[in-house]
Write a protein that binds this ligand. Structure first.
Ligand SMILES: [Zn+2]
Length: 420
């Protein structure tokens, strides 16, 4: 089995990298070719300078993405077939197992892997924020805030991630051959708890949320929610401008704990009627149960993945085929988790276009809902403004958009609005 797995892993990695390169190349050429002129449907509403800024921003992100792809692929091979994870495992097993015991060793392995990975990816995050986003005027983050964010994320990983990992490892060691079913139950509960606790406990660690003060806008929004039969705990404004000029609005929470959150950057750019239309779109997602569908899908996928891991973790070929010697006198559960997390995305990449297509379908449905309950022309205006402000290209390569875009390209999306 080991050789077969190695061959499948290498083949999937090569194929996915080749596909990504090909798609990125198409996108670069398409965007560059259309940089010179604003496409006809937008000629009256989008200035040439904004169109060219969007093209330049898109190209800068694509080129950076290629560097990340090369590094990520090399790193993946380094961890697996070239022996990186095996070396880290040997080191930590010898250092921690004799003194701390099996659980401490396995937690050290997960923690060590996460730490090395975070440190290696840090330069990319720094470059993206302080070079690309900065260059196009999107970055609002100071170096200090960046460091504080990283430290907070690390603290969360220790406080929330470590106990969860310990519980899963304990289940893997104790629950017998059906451990994956129990682990899935814990995972499902954790995700549902997170949906309730994230808006009130975790998000406020990173941002300030203040109740929406603008009386006129609040009146509009409340009237819309009443028309749509939607109850939320509150309307909040988030200081997204602390980090970035990109604007957004979203719902979070579950059941009665639902809240509507507007980025301050969104409110600064849109007129009240446009904000109302954007919110109506978000309500559309809710009314069509897109969030519930996504959660159910996520839980279904994780059940299938854990069942597969339940089988793989008992096969020595799984470890050897991915470049790791399994432990003979210590549990292999942490190793199995890490190897699975490393290898699975190489295969699941090929499902990405399906997920993207589903997401685009949801966007069309939410737009249609917004047009039925708010002003479609306002929605069109808002979408165009957000497109321009986020420097999203109006001329993506059609195949690239099919493969990756979670939102329909602007031209398709606006054409589908009845009012436009
Ligand atoms: Zn949407």
């Amino acid at each position: 089995m080991a050789d077969l797995l190695t061959a499948a892993f290498v083949a999937a990695l090569l194929l996915s990298v080749a596909l990504r390169l090909w798609l990125a190349g198409r996108q670069v050429r398409h965007v560059a070719r259309h940089r010179g002129a604003v496409p006809a449907p937008f000629a009256a509403s989008v200035p040439l300078a904004a169109h060219q800024r969007a093209a330049d921003y898109t190209l800068a992100k694509l080129r950076f993405g290629l560097v990340e792809l090369a590094f990520g692929s090399a790193l993946l091979l380094g961890w697996t077939l070239l022996g990186g994870l095996d070396a880290l495992n040997t080191l930590l097993r010898n250092a921690v197992l004799p003194r701390g015991g099996a659980l401490a060793y396995q937690l050290a392995l997960l923690g060590g892997f996460a730490l090395v990975g975070t440190l290696l990816e840090l330069p990319f995050a720094v470059y993206q924020t302080f070079r690309i986003e900065q260059q196009f005027g999107f970055n609002r983050m100071t170096a200090r805030l960046f460091i504080v964010d990283q430290l907070k994320a690390l603290a969360l990983m220790v406080v929330v991630g470590a106990p969860l990992a310990a519980l899963v490892l304990w289940i893997m060691g104790r629950a017998g051959s059906l451990w994956w079913l129990w682990a899935w139950g814990v995972w499902a509960l954790f995700n549902l708890a997170l949906m309730v606790l994230y808006p009130t406990l975790i998000a406020p660690l990173f941002n300030t949320f203040t109740p929406l003060a603008d009386e006129a806008l609040r009146g509009r929004v409340q009237a819309l929610m009443q028309r749509c039969g939607f109850a939320a705990k509150g309307l909040f404004v988030m200081d997204g401008s602390r980090r970035s000029a990109h604007g957004n609005a979203y719902f979070t929470g579950l059941g009665a704990a639902k809240r509507v959150v507007f980025f301050d950057t969104l409110l600064a750019k849109l007129q009240p009627a446009e904000v109302e239309a954007v919110l109506a779109h978000e309500l559309g997602h809710f009314k069509h149960r897109h969030v519930t569908q996504r959660v159910v899908m996520l839980l279904g996928f994780s059940l299938a993945a854990l069942a597969l891991l339940g089988w793989l973790s008992g096969q020595s070929g799984f470890y050897v085929g991915l470049g790791v010697r399994p432990n003979l006198s210590a549990p292999n559960d942490a190793l199995a988790l890490l190897l699975f997390m490393l290898a699975a995305p190489v295969f699941s990449f090929f499902a990405q276009p399906l997920l993207a297509a589903l997401s685009r379908r949801h966007e069309f449905q939410a737009d249609a809902y917004a047009c039925a309950h708010a002003d479609g022309a306002e929605l069109a205006r808002a979408l165009l403004k957000l497109h321009e402000d986020n420097a999203s290209t109006l001329t993506p390569d059609p195949l690239y958009a099919r493969a990756y875009y979670s939102h329909p390209p602007a031209a398709e999306r606006l054409a589908a609005l009845p009012a436009a």
